[in-house]
Design a binder for this molecule. Sequence first.
Ligand SMILES: *Cc1c(COP(=O)(O)O)cnc(C)c1O
Length: 369
Amino acid sequence: MIPVLDLKAVNARYRDALIAACTAVIDSGWYITGSALTEFEAQFAAYCGSDHCIGVGNGLDALALVLQAWKALGRLRDGDEVIVPANTFIASVLAITQSGLRPVLIDPDPDHFGLSAAQLQPHLTPRTRVLMPVHLYGQIEGMPPLMALARHRNLLVLEDAAQAHGAEMDGRRAGTWGDAAGFSFYPGKNLGALGDGGAITTSDAALADTLRSLRNYGSQTKYVHELCGVNSRLDELQAAMLSVKLRGLDADTERRRRVAAAYTAGICNPHIRLPRVGQAGSHVWHLYVVRCVHRDALQRHLAAQGVGTAIHYPTPPHRQNAYAHLAEQPLPLTEQLSREVLSLPMGPALTDAEVAQVIEACNRFTPEA
Ligand SMILES: *Cc1c(COP(=O)(O)O)cnc(C)c1O
């Protein structure tokens, strides 16, 4: 069976360097907020092209802490509205509600399935304060008009870049478009730790300063607490391993792009809709997501042919019990997508033979069978 993501194969390619990095941390005797973190933060800020990077415990905290920092800085108040695409992973929405703000879920753009300026116009209210575009599946789209709207209306923009390390539009990478961005280093992400991890990028020095305090009990000087913070730090072991994997990220992304190009060229089946390919560089192919009206039959067919798949995501946030109070609104495109999407195997360690097997299995699908 070809797994949708073979994490063991992904990390095996870095095994010796990862072990050397861990050994250095173990022997250093310093395990939280040390030089491995500072070095990784500088490297990841440079990689994205932003002034600051703040490592935190995970991607959810990265997003939530930005919103909480904006509150601490007086830029947001309880109950302010954050517009977010409804077809996202639930963490985008949890970050908003955890921070005492109100999520406004809207259907995504029918063309690229991200947040678009045209789509969100009717949802702007006097309480709208933040736009949260999600670079879903690794694709960055529609940022110039979105930023123009945000500047015109004096709105803050928080990119959910958890799936989009290195994706770029007009030569600018994810993490540099908005006022801040949250990244995840969950093991399955394009830049994955061997445990939990996350980071914020921003070019706002005041925000970066507040975030460094918030992630560390609201303290910059030991036992002096300016804010009610949390404990959410990227530890030295994870930071050291992420520095190793960051060196290979562009090559890994290139391999993902080749796999995606092979799928796009090779899969030809009237029942399978292929993902849209935007401008060069805009997609880092965290996931290769096709659509099929007979999705469940396609998934069974592929499993029988030895091809693993996954669904991102089977139940949108507003249909979860956790957000029962948001279930009322009509979000037809989001619901349609949740019934039709299917993620094919994708990753830097997929072999050409596996890619060919996936393509053949897709091309053999008929809904009647
Ligand atoms: C993974 C992910 C997150 C959360 O990241 P964690 O590190 O798992 O907390 C947030 N948003 C999106 C779109 C994600 O894919």
